[in-house]
Design a protein around this ligand. Structure first.
Ligand code: FAD
Ligand code: NAD
Length: 461
C-alpha cells in the first residue's frame, strides 16, 4: 500500500473542502484532498449550480410562452419551444466549466487531489480505496450531506431525489413534490414553468415553514397562478400499488391519490457521517451531524469539520467561509467563526432573502425592534421591469437604530443580499443606510427608502 505523509488531509471536495484546500495551499500548508465522486461536491454537481441553471431556463421559457398572448409593453412572441435535451447539456456544460476550474485552482495551489473513497483508520490516518494510506497532522472532514429518504417512499423507480430531478432526460408530464422547503419550491416552480403538472405536498401548515408569512405569501400566490396544486398539512403515504399514483393524507384524514410520473422527495438532507470509519473516532455528534466549536474544531484534537456535515444552515457560502477559516487556523492565525449573519436565499418566484434577524427572531432575542418596509410597487426600476411585487424590510434596534436584520421578497432580490449582509457586518444604523446615495433607478433604492421609513421620513411613499 502506498504511504503518503502530509500536514493537512481534507476529506471531501465540495465548497467547504475545496476552499479549505485552496486557502491552505496559498498559506504554504502541504495539503492532500480526497474526493470519491466529483470536485465541487453537491453544490457544483447536483445542487446550487445545476438548480439555478434549470430555474433560469424555466424562467426564460415560461416568460417567452407568456408573451404569446402579448405583453403590456407590446411584445408578442409566437411558437416558443424548448429543446430540453439542449437545456440539460447547457447545464452540464456550466457544471463542467466550474468543476474543471476548481481542479485548476487546486493544482495551481499545489494541492494533491486523490480520487477515491476515504476510510478513516484513526484521527491521523486515512486509507483510500484500500490502495493508499495517508498520514496527516490535521484531518478536516468536509463530507457534506445527502438527500433524506422517507421510509414510505424509498428512492428508486419514479421516486427521485433532487439529484435525479436535475438530470431528467425529459420534462415529466406530472410531478409530485414532497416537501415545500428550499428544494421542493425551487424545483417544483421550475418544472411547473417547464410545463409539468405539479402538486406539492407539505407536512407543515404552510410553505417554507421556517420563514415568516409576509415573505412567503407572494411565493404561495405565484404557485397558485402557475397552477401548482399546493397541499399543506398533508402526509405522503406511499405509492398506490394499483394505480402508481402518490397516496397522500390531508389533515382531515382524507386520503387522495395524486397523479405523478415522478415523485420528488425533498424533505431535508442528512449528514454524510457514517460508513467511512468516522464512528471509530468517537467524536461528539448531534443527530448525525459532527459537533464543532466556533473554530470548527471537533472534540478530538486536530480533527476539524466544516460544512453540511456539521449541520444547519446547510449552505454553500457557510461551508466555504468555514473552510477558509480552518486553513488559516492551521496556519497559526487567530480566527473564530462568528459572522453577524449568514444570508439565506430562496430562489423561488419571487425570490426571498433573509439576512440577520426577522422581526419575530429579534423579539425572541430580547430586542425592542423597529420594523419598516418599502414596497417595490413604489419603486421605479421594479415598475420598468414589469414586476413590482414584494418589498424590502428592515429590522433595527429601537434605541440606536442599529440594523438587526433585512429581508426582501421580489424579482431579483437575491443580488441585494450582498448589500444587506455588508450593512449588517459593518454594524450599520438606519441613518447610515438612509445617508448612502443609492443609484437611481435601482431596486436597491427600496433598501434606502425602507431605512428612511424606519426613521419616519420615507420620501417616495
Ligand atoms: P458537499 O458539497 O456535499 O461535498 C462533500 C463532498 O465530500 C462530496 O463531493 C462527496 O463526494 C465527498 N465525500 C463524502 N464522503 C467521502 C469519503 N468518505 N471519501 C471521499 N469523498 C467523500 N446552497 C446554497 O448556499 N445556495 C443554493 O442555491 C443551494 N442550492 C442547492 C440546491 C440543491 C438541489 C441542493 C441539493 C443543495 C443546495 N445547496 C445550496 C446546498 C449546498 O449544495 C451545500 O450546502 C454545500 O454543497 C455543502 O458543501 P460541503 O462542502 O459541506 O459538502
Ligand atoms: P428543507 O428543510 O428546506 O425543507 C424540507 C421541507 O419538507 C420542510 O418544509 C418540511 O416541513 C417538509 N417535510 C419534512 N418531512 C415531510 C414529509 N414526510 N412530508 C411532507 N413534507 C415534509 O429541505 P430541502 O428542501 O430538502 O433542502 C435541504 C437543504 O438544502 C436546505 O435545508 C438548504 O440548507 C439546502 N438548500 C439550499 C438552497 C438555497 O440556498 N437556495 C436551495 C436548495 C437546498
Amino acid at each position: 500500500m502506498d504511504e503518503i505523509a502530509t500536514r493537512l488531509l481534507v476529506i471531501g471536495g465540495g465548497p467547504g473542502g475545496y476552499v479549505a484546500a485552496i486557502r491552505a495551499g496559498q498559506l504554504g500548508i502541504e495539503t492532500v484532498l480526497v474526493e470519491e465522486h466529483a470536485l465541487g461536491g453537491s453544490c457544483l454537481n447536483v445542487g446550487c449550480i445545476p438548480s439555478k441553471a434549470l430555474i433560469h431556463a424555466a424562467d426564460a421559457y415560461h416568460d417567452a410562452r407568456s408573451r404569446e398572448s402579448g405583453s403590456p409593453f407590446g411584445l408578442s412572441v409566437g411558437g416558443a419551444a424548448l429543446d430540453f435535451g439542449k437545456t440539460v447539456a447547457w447545464k452540464d456544460g456550466i457544471v463542467g466549466r466550474l468543476t474543471s476550474g476548481v481542479a485548476g485552482l487546486l493544482r495551481k495551489n499545489r494541492v494533491t487531489v486523490i480520487r477515491g473513497r476515504a476510510d478513516i483508520i484513526d484521527g491521523k490516518t486515512v486509507a483510500v480505496d484500500g490502495q493508499k494510506r495517508i498520514r496527516a497532522e490535521h484531518l478536516l472532514i468536509a463530507t457534506g450531506s445527502k438527500p433524506a429518504e422517507l421510509s414510505a417512499l424509498p428512492f428508486g423507480g419514479k421516486v427521485i431525489s433532487s439529484t435525479e430531478a436535475l438530470s431528467l432526460a425529459e420534462i415529466p408530464p406530472s410531478l409530485a413534490v414532497v416537501g415545500a422547503g428550499y428544494i421542493g419550491l425551487e424545483l417544483g416552480t421550475a418544472f411547473a414553468k417547464l410545463g409539468s403538472r405539479v402538486t406539492i405536498v407539505e407536512a407543515a401548515g404552510k410553505i417554507l415553514p421556517g420563514w415568516d408569512e409576509e415573505l412567503t405569501r407572494p411565493v404561495a400566490a405565484r404557485l397558485q397562478a402557475l397552477g401548482v396544486d399546493l397541499v399543506t398539512g398533508a402526509k405522503a403515504l406511499g405509492i398506490d400499488a394499483a394505480t402508481g399514483k402518490l397516496r397522500i393524507a390531508e389533515a382531515q384524514q382524507n386520503e387522495r391519490l395524486v397523479d405523478c410520473d415522478k415523485v420528488l422527495v425533498a424533505v431535508g438532507r442528512v449528514a454524510c457521517s457514517t460508513g467511512f470509519g468516522l464512528e471509530g473516532l468517537d467524536l461528539a455528534m448531534d443527530g448525525g451531524f459532527i459537533r464543532v466549536d466556533d473554530r470548527c474544531a471537533t472534540t478530538m484534537r486536530d480533527v476539524w469539520a466544516i460544512g453540511d456535515v456539521t449541520g444547519e444552515p446547510m449552505l454553500a457560502h457557510r461551508a466555504m467561509a468555514q473552510g477558509e477559516m480552518v486553513a488559516e487556523l492551521i496556519a497559526g492565525r487567530k480566527r473564530r467563526f462568528d459572522p453577524v449573519a449568514i444570508p439565506a436565499i430562496c430562489f423561488t418566484d419571487p425570490e426571498i432573502v433573509s439576512v440577520g434577524l426577522s422581526p419575530a427572531q429579534a423579539k425572541a432575542a430580547g430586542h425592542n425592534a423597529r420594523v419598516a418596509a418599502f414596497p417595490f410597487a413604489a419603486n421605479g426600476r421594479a415598475m420598468t421591469q414589469g414586476d413590482d411585487g414584494g418589498f424590502i424590510r428592515v429590522v433595527a434596534d429601537e434605541a440606536d437604530g442599529t440594523l438587526l436584520g433585512v429581508q426582501a421578497v421580489g424579482h431579483g432580490v437575491s443580488e441585494l443580499s450582498a448589500a444587506f449582509g455588508l450593512a449588517l457586518e459593518m454594524r450599520a444604523r438606519l441613518e447610515d443606510i438612509a445617508a448612502t446615495i443609492h443609484a437611481h433607478p435601482t431596486r436597491g433604492e427600496a433598501f434606502q427608502e425602507a431605512a428612511l421609513r424606519g426613521l419616519g421620513h420615507a420620501l417616495h411613499i
